[in-house]
Design a protein around this ligand. Structure first.
Ligand code: ZN
Length: 240
């Protein structure tokens, strides 16, 4: 059994399709989505359709939340806010209901999924350091939890203490705990423009961080043609 686990698609259809094609080529049998299907880029409805077609376990991200309610966006910078207002107009009522119904966290077989943190998933905190990760580990009752939100792939391991590792494959040992950020499909922010996701090979106790090239030029062109802020197109090429 091989899971493809992906997050932060952010309406980038070219990146999502490249990831799904790559996952199928790697013989992934199951899919899991960690939220933020929409926001920032130009194909929110189409990305939602693709994820819905997979009929896979999915949790809610902060952009999914903001896009599916009508109140003024809070805690969003100007670019994110403009994109959310644009996104709301592009989603159907059915899309919004689907987003509103997503849970904040979920257990899938023997692992947990969440968008931001396990200690207060609905507050959208960012886990970048060992202290942030330690707070989540307190609430983690499975060996592995996958998360997203920061758009930066990284692995936190808890045994004696908590440490952070920037590694592209993790051998899972049952005595330890793992809090694994799968990176972002549609707007990576680790300086690498390629779409990120993880493959979890259950039988071999192995988690791999994968990067995939996609049609960046088309995704950028769509952002500009949609009238979305130009910096949202430019940052895709920088991985920022
Ligand atoms: Zn995001």
């Amino acid at each position: 059994m091989r899971f493809a686990i992906f997050s932060d698609i952010h309406a980038n259809l070219e990146a999502l399709e490249a990831v799904l094609a790559d996952a199928r080529q790697r013989k992934c049998t199951h899919f899991v989505c960690l939220g933020d299907v929409v926001g920032y880029n130009a194909n929110p409805h189409e990305c939602l359709e693709r994820v819905r077609e997979l009929d896979c376990p999915t949790v809610k991200g902060n952009h999914d939340e903001q896009a599916s309610v009508s109140r003024f966006p809070t805690d969003f910078n100007q670019l994110a806010e403009r994109a959310i207002k644009w996104t709301r107009d592009k989603l159907t009522e059915k899309d919004k209901q689907w987003l509103r119904d997503l849970p904040f966290q979920k257990q899938v077989r023997d692992f947990t999924i969440v968008h931001a943190t396990l200690d207060t998933p609905e507050q959208w905190g960012y886990v970048f350091n060992n202290l942030d990760a330690a707070a989540s580990f307190t609430y983690q009752h499975t060996t592995i939890c996958f998360f997203g939100h920061t758009h930066v792939p990284m692995v936190f391991i808890r045994d004696e203490g908590v440490r952070r590792e920037l590694i592209d494959h993790v051998r899972i040992e049952p005595a330890k705990k793992y809090f694994i950020n799968v990176g972002s499909v549609g707007q990576p922010r680790d300086g690498n423009w390629r779409a990120a996701y993880c493959v979890y090979d259950v039988e071999n106790n192995l988690v791999q961080q994968i990067r995939v090239k996609y049609d960046l030029a088309t995704a950028q062109k769509k952002v500009i043609e949609a009238g979305l802020p130009r910096p949202l197109a430019e940052r895709l090429a920088m991985g920022r």
